[in-house]
Design a protein. Sequence first.
Length: 392
Amino acid sequence: MRRSLACLGSLTLASSKVYFSETFNEGWKDRWATSAWKESEGTAGKWVTTAGKWFSDEKEDIGLQTGEDSRFFGISASFDSFSNEGKDLYIQYQAKYEKDVECGGGYVKVGPKMSDPTTFGDPTPYNIMFGPDKCGSSKRTHLIFSYKGKNVLKKVDLPYKQDGEGTSHLYRVVVKPDNTVRVDIDDEKVYEGNMKEDWELLAPKEISDPSDKKPSDWVDDSMMDDPESKKPADWVEEKRMVDTTAKKPDDWDDEEDGEWEAPMIDNPEYKGEWHVKRIANPAYKGLWEAKKIPNPEYVDDDAVYKFADFGFIGFDLWQVKGGTIFDNVIITDDKAEADSFAKKWKAISEVEKKSKAEEDAKKAAEAPKPEAGEDEDDDDEDEEDNKDSEEM
């Protein structure tokens, strides 16, 4: 029995695989190809390597950074093609914004093998797109799946967690053979659900019957005018009126000044625009909807999770403010392998958070403080302003 269990454990261990990993140390340029997609327009940004402002070991913590502002960035790496059929798929990487991106993305694209990586860009087909995206107040973490040639967004956005300049965030998505998906950001679960339920990958099971028509006597107005509501006879709707007390000035010359007219003043009897009273409609039947029938175009698919070919991973981004550092990328079917890379993030994250806290404390200490008595003077001025307002 022990021997059998040992053999089984060895078989399980041997079956797990790391399809791609990258820490951007020596030789990374041999594994990555820069896109030329935007070069002819002069908007292609430069990639550089750096550990950023805060790090534990500068050589070990080096990552790939978007090196310019207001540029398109494209770069990809190829690996041996594989299918995720029948196994878990882990896609994981870390992203650090050295400054607020303002408008742009920090996501990865993973897709089928490309014949020419230099053409990699927005038109390039991909299987999965995953990571943070922001433009102004619009923020979310993207998770897009390609299905039958269509890129499908999640029905409800995943939360945006890429806050705190100078600190790294860890992104992990796990796609399972039962069509479920889990997303973790910074080692915390932010989503777990089913692809068929939370993405519109399949056609709806039912559709409205096109032959079903609303009955001619159907009433879908829940409220109606009260037939007994009448405008009072003394209701005044004229907002302005002629000033009857005004007199033509004695020195008014009709030939020179024109015909004199009394000025208009606010009407003291004005009550506003009158509206008929609204009451519940006794004939109301509710909102009419056509009956549902089976959708002839619906086809179930118990393998929406499955992709026949994964062969590249890449960053295809637009950023108003560059400075994003990517590091510790891994694609695997083994949680233990992904966890080992997560430990790298955790170690650098602790250093970054401590450094940020120290910098924030230093800035607060160096911030100019109000001179003695300044607050009291401001309070006195406020009291005087309030007193003047009360007297007025």
